[in-house]
Design a protein around this ligand. Structure first.
Ligand code: ZN
Length: 603
């Protein structure tokens, strides 16, 4: 009996949103309406641009309709992702997913038509548009759209590019997925031969003992070496398409698009990497100590992310303990955040039950129509689970403070999307380090924290160096697999300061991020988000609860400001100068000495 109650507490409530799960009649009605509205909206834009009274009026109505449809699409997409995550075998949910995708495609092409009209609109009509009281709160989003569309080719040519993309660009990314999806590897574990997928092999490499990991890494490298020619084709053509489009638009740098997406300037990016490069050496004593704790002279590429396996026993944490711990730690910074976290549990916004049939990983998704969020995790009582829970509640808090703003003013970019979650997770992880019951446990937790700094300041930096140099060479012609290996090892040696025993030449083939067509340079936003959040944390630590009001104001502006303005307004910080980044790095590395001291005691 007690067990049933416990498990019900750990299951989320979706019934109060759309009762009946994937068979919900209410949700079906919601989708039907959305699809009908999206289709007729798209038809209005395509066929009868003159149907509206005046150009200004027309544009205003178009923007407000677009906002409404986008918000409802977000709601639909959120519900479907909850359904597919809670039961991966729910066929009905998958069918709903296909419908949502179709509606999204309709809206995306309608959006291109909106851009076309914005491009054609004269200065006067734009001024009138922005002066409209109903549109004024959306000014940032509208001006951004106008600026983006003006930096592009005439609408007809952009439309042609979009049409060519599905077979000539996006298809290369999909081909890569196919290549990796059907790859397998044969490994020997405890005398038993086993065929595993590449995803499985990656997991085993992290968990294996050091000697086995080295062997698995050989297999990993050789499997990607075997497919390297195919991966190189995909990477070269994907990049080639991108470069042709950029050239046609008159863009001289490959960073133009990713910087635009992340609403940041090149000066900010350079200031951040300069600070990172200046501080990389500080991580070397950590890497050396970790190597000695693992009984090797130097770490290999794949040892960096491995746990120490110090033999420290981790006690299982109950769900209720996690709830209290999170609320308690949040309270030290913000009573509002603590109350919100508690409400997430009480209102059953969290799906945490450890049961089969759930998809792996965690996420948080918002329902803008209902103005609520839902969190998905699998909780099995580890400190890592508690940190993940805090992370996702951080996302939900971000959505919570934005809930009353117009939808188009809440669309934040990837580089600030992780601000609230990283901050929330850091608060709880720090408290877990303080509360550790033994030195072994503390060492393991500190290791996880510093590992993250290495990932952000070395691994991601290597990806950025590689990608920048690869694009430079690609401008001059095809870059063969051999050369890609060389570029990759050079970038890794530079970013890790030559501190590793073995590098990962085929990392460019094994890492999905290089093949994501939707977002180029899927790397620096990670480091930005990590350090931006660390800078906020440093300020919060100095100011205590007084910071919580400013923090909410900052979060509320994440969807309607460029990052430089955001930092200037709410932290008085200039992101284009080194100071902010140095403070953020100092704060991120403040436990370095504690780790080294504990490690020395062990050795
Ligand atoms: Zn996150």
């Amino acid at each position: 009996m007690g067990g049933d109650r416990v498990s019900e507490q750990q299951r989320w409530d979706l019934e109060s949103l759309y009762p009946g799960g994937s068979h919900s009649p209410q949700f079906r009605n919601f989708l039907d309406d959305l699809e009908t509205n999206a289709t007729s909206f798209s038809m209005v834009l395509q066929n009868t641009p003159g149907a509206m009274q005046s150009p200004d009026m027309g544009l205003k109505a178009v923007i407000l309709t677009m906002q409404d449809l986008s918000m409802r699409l977000r709601e639909a997409s959120a519900f479907v992702s909850c359904l597919t995550a809670q039961d991966v075998h729910d066929a009905e949910a998958k069918a709903l997913q296909t419908r949502v995708n179709r509606i999204r495609a309709t809206l995306t092409s309608a959006l291109a038509l909106l851009d076309e009209r914005l491009q054609q609109a004269g200065e006067d009509s734009i001024r009138a548009l922005l002066g409209d009281p109903e549109l004024a709160p959306l000014a940032f989003a509208i001006e951004e759209r106008i600026a983006r569309s003006r930096r592009r080719l005439p609408a007809e040519q952009e439309r042609l590019i979009a049409r060519l993309s599905s077979d000539g660009y996006i298809a290369w990314g999909e081909l890569y997925d196919t290549i990796v999806g059907r790859m397998t590897a044969e490994i020997e574990m405890e005398g038993r031969r086993e065929i595993v997928s590449m995803g499985q092999l990656a997991n085993r490499m992290t968990q294996a003992a050091q000697r086995d990991r080295d062997r698995m890494f050989d297999v990993w490298e050789s499997r990607f070496a075997h497919e390297a020619d195919l991966c190189a084709e995909a990477l070269n053509h994907l990049a080639g398409f991108r470069l042709q489009v950029y050239e046609a638009r008159g863009w001289h740098s490959v960073l133009e698009e990713p910087l635009e997406i992340n609403r940041m300037s090149r000066e900010t990016l350079e200031a951040m990497w300069d600070a990172v490069v200046r501080n990389q050496e500080r991580l070397l004593p950590y890497l050396n100590a970790k190597a000695r704790l693992m009984g090797v002279e130097k770490l290999s590429f794949y040892d960096v992310d491995a746990p120490l396996q110090s033999g420290a026993k981790q006690r299982a944490i109950t769900y209720e303990e996690a709830r209290q711990f999170i609320a308690e730690q949040f309270a030290a910074f913000s009573p509002d955040m603590a109350a919100f976290a508690d409400a997430c549990f009480a209102r059953r916004w969290i799906e945490a039950e450890d049961r089969p049939g759930k998809r792996p990983g965690g996420f948080c998704t918002s329902f803008p129509v209902h103005q609520v969020s839902r969190i998905f995790v699998t909780f099995s009582g580890t400190p890592g689970n508690v940190a993940t829970l805090a992370h996702e509640i951080g996302h939900a808090y971000h959505q919570h403070v934005l809930r009353d703003l117009p939808y188009l003013a809440t669309q934040y970019a990837m580089n600030v999307a992780e601000t609230a979650s990283t901050f929330a997770e850091a608060i709880v992880s720090d408290a877990a380090i303080r509360a550790a019951s033994s030195d072994g446990e503390r060492l393991e937790l500190l290791n996880e924290k510093l590992q993250r700094a290495v990932a952000m300041m070395m691994n991601i930096h290597a990806r950025f160096l590689f990608e920048t140099r690869f694009y430079d060479e690609r401008k001059r012609g095809y870059v063969p697999a051999e050369r890609l290996n060389q570029l990759m090892v050079d970038a890794q040696m530079e970013a890790y300061r030559g501190s590793l025993r073995r590098y990962h030449p085929h990392f460019w083939a094994s890492k999905l991020h290089f093949y994501i067509t939707g977002t180029p340079f899927y790397n620096f936003p990670y480091t930005f988000g990590y350090l931006f959040s660390s800078g906020i944390h440093a300020m919060a630590a100095a100011e205590g609860k007084a910071f919580s009001r400013r923090y909410v104001d900052l979060l509320r502006d994440t969807g309607r400001m460029r990052v430089e303005d955001l930092a200037q307004k709410h932290m008085g910080a200039d992101l284009t100068k080194p100071d902010f980044w140095q403070t953020a790095i100092d704060f991120a590395l403040r436990d370095l000495d504690a780790f080294l001291q504990l490690a020395n005691q062990r050795l």
